[in-house]
Design a protein around this ligand. Structure first.
Ligand code: AMP
Length: 588
């Protein structure tokens, strides 16, 4: 297919907005294409040269494209910029300047000797994307300039847009799938399934064009090729979940981190994000943990990467993982907030595809192959048919720093549904989020030893609120963040004088601290919010039977309130008031 014919199709598509019409146009285009053209056409329709997970991006910056346009058309860079300011689209700028050039030279012979076809244009774009190393920018500009100088009208407009990584025709993946199915008389569901288990539309299109439906059926789940993730519906209540799931379900903690699909093959591990981008380089620690902790030659597993506080192993807010996005920050982040991967699914192990197997079978396999450690574990899970039990599990999840729970169907007929959002997975999250506006003054009643390089030193503290009704100190949280290196040395030293061999009789705690202190020292902390928690004793059963109040994500502000005695600390009643006003704020 000549590039001019392809561009004419794109122009027609651009003019329509109805999905049916667009699908018809695409179908006609695929029918007219040669077999070897179907793959490049599919990628180009998406403004790409390869599937996202290959990380091969075209997306040249505006500046580079402007230089290429100037070079190709003889216009000054200023002129190109000026036109860009008024037209707002580099595709149109290139098209306009090419027209001018042709008109002034009145000569197409040098530029139009041989019209390019879609494959050759695609290969040029691929070459541009693949150019790297020293002088890459210049080479890319020259390659693009040459391409521009050989194209005209709509061709140049679309090719320049492709080079910028935004083709602007707004054709969705699903529309291309429908058109491919129609063009090659294949079952739509088969095409969709092939796409969902490979995440590579170009690949699927080519298999379909060459080997038809039979070829599609041969496409298998394969390590190295990411699957589209299975997604969850949302429920408003636990009752609703039980209704949808037929009265019984598995529940898992819903971790607040980054979803990861990990593939092991050829003795190496690759990590893919929820959006199917390769994120292996962000998490060398995760790669190592998976290589060590999973006993299989090849696998595909899924989980949530969370940041943990190195001293206590407690989970940190999701934001701490954001440092991993910047290359030069990875090293530092590795030390400061190591990652822990909470695995919740397995899709493939040593030649066996697990996607069609039911939840319980997949979970069992996961338990079998994973050896848990500080950096790798299975998601916390329970199976129940009782709302009360599920509610307690939810409270526990929140107080452990999670954002809620995920319910998963036990239906033996339901497997892992790649790329689908449905009621086989249901998320149930807290429906409010608010920052605690006040700081809290809490009493240090216990301490915990750190881990890793801080092993043997106190790295976290058990904190309590004061309960004036019976004079007890009731626990509300463990705090392990916000301490400077100096604090980590000085505070334990200062606390040493209050150390006692056993829990102080006035302390009311369900948790077992490594060391106990007399309730004397008051520490100022901030937190994200107050939550219900079965593990802490403050305001126990006051708001909900069997639950106390806890501070979510507590952090030391740096201040020891030596001006306050323990009985002047924040009281349990104050916490109850704060919790209630937090609820009110959300309802407003
Ligand atoms: P949401 O992003 O709110 O639609 O919730 C779905 C996301 O929750 C998934 O994409 C995962 O990243 C995350 N998640 C955390 N824990 C789990 C779990 N145990 N099972 C499945 N997904 C989980």
């Amino acid at each position: 297919m000549k590039i001019s014919e392809f561009a004419t199709f794109l122009e027609e598509i651009d003019k329509r907005s109805g999905r049916i019409e667009i699908t018809q146009l695409l179908t006609e285009m695929f029918r007219r294409a040669q077999k070897n053209e179907v793959k490049p056409i599919s990628y180009m329709l998406l403004g790409k040269v390869a599937p996202d997970f290959e990380g091969l991006e075209l997306g040249l910056g505006d500046k580079m494209i402007m230089k290429a346009i100037a070079l190709a058309t003889g216009a000054s860079l200023e002129k190109v910029k000026e036109l860009y300011d008024s037209l707002g689209d580099l595709g149109l700028v290139a098209e306009k300047l090419r027209e001018k050039r042709a008109a002034t030279l009145l000569d197409f012979t040098t530029t139009k000797t041989q019209e390019r076809d879609v494959v050759s244009v695609f290969n040029e774009l691929l070459k541009i994307a693949n150019t790297s190393g020293e002088g890459a920018q210049d080479t890319k500009i020259k390659l693009l300039a040459k391409l521009i100088s050989e194209l005209n009208g709509a061709e140049v407009r679309y090719v320049v847009r492709m080079a910028s990584g935004d083709i602007r025709i707004g054709v969705a993946d699903q529309t291309i799938i429908d058109a491919l199915a129609a063009a090659f008389s294949a079952n739509e569901e088969l095409v969709e399934r092939a796409y969902n288990i490979t995440s590579d539309l170009g690949f699927v299109a080519e298999v379909l064009a060459i080997s038809g439906e039979e070829g599609l059926k041969q496409i298998k789940v394969q390590p190295g090729r990411p699957l589209k993730p299975m997604l969850a519906e949302r429920a408003q209540s636990l009752q609703e979940i039980f209704e949808k799931m037929g009265g019984k379900a598995a529940f898992e903690y819903k971790y607040d981190g980054e979803r990861v699909q990990a593939h092991k093959y050829d003795s190496r591990v690759e990590l893919f994000s929820r959006r199917i981008e390769r994120i292996t380089s962000h998490y060398p620690d995760v790669v190592e943990a998976l290589l060590k902790g999973i006993s299989a030659q090849s696998f595909i597993v899924e989980g949530e990467i969370v940041a943990v506080e190195p001293e206590t192993g407690e989970m940190m807010p999701f934001q701490e993982l954001m440092h991993r996005r910047r290359k030069y920050d990875v090293e530092e982040a590795l030390q400061k907030y190591p990652a822990k991967t909470m695995l919740f699914d397995v899709l493939y192990v040593d030649g066996v595809d697990y996607t069609s197997k039911p939840y319980l079978e997949r979970r069992k396999k996961l338990e079998e192959i994973v050896q848990e450690s500080d950096s790798l574990a299975l998601s916390t899970m329970m199976i129940t048919q009782e709302v009360g039990e599920a509610q307690r599990f939810f409270d526990e999840a929140i107080s452990a720093g999670c954002e809620g729970i995920m319910a998963k169907t036990l239906d033996p007929a339901v497997g892992y549904r790649a790329g689908n959002r449905g009621w086989a997975w249901i998320k149930y999250k807290r429906d409010y989020k608010s920052e605690l506006t006040d700081t809290l003054d809490l009493v240090v009643v216990g301490g915990f030893y750190g881990r890793g390089k801080r092993a043997g030193k106190i790295g976290g503290y058990l904190l309590a609120a004061y309960n004036p009704s019976n004079g007890s100190f009731d626990t509300v949280c463990k705090v392990a963040t916000g301490f400077s290196d100096e604090d980590l040395v000085e505070i334990p030293k200062m606390l040493e004088q209050y150390r006692i061999p056993q829990k102080h009789p006035s302390v009311n705690s369900k948790l077992n601290a490594d060391v106990w202190y007399k309730p004397v020292v008051v520490m100022e902390i901030v937190g994200a919010e107050l939550t219900l928690s079965p593990t802490h004793t403050a305001a126990f059963s006051k708001i909900r039977e069997g639950s106390g109040l806890a501070v979510r994500f507590p952090r030391f502000t740096g201040r020891i309130r030596s001006d306050k005695s323990a009985t002047e600390a924040t009281t349990v009643d104050e916490l109850v008031e704060m919790y209630k006003s937090q609820l009110k704020k959300v309802q407003e």
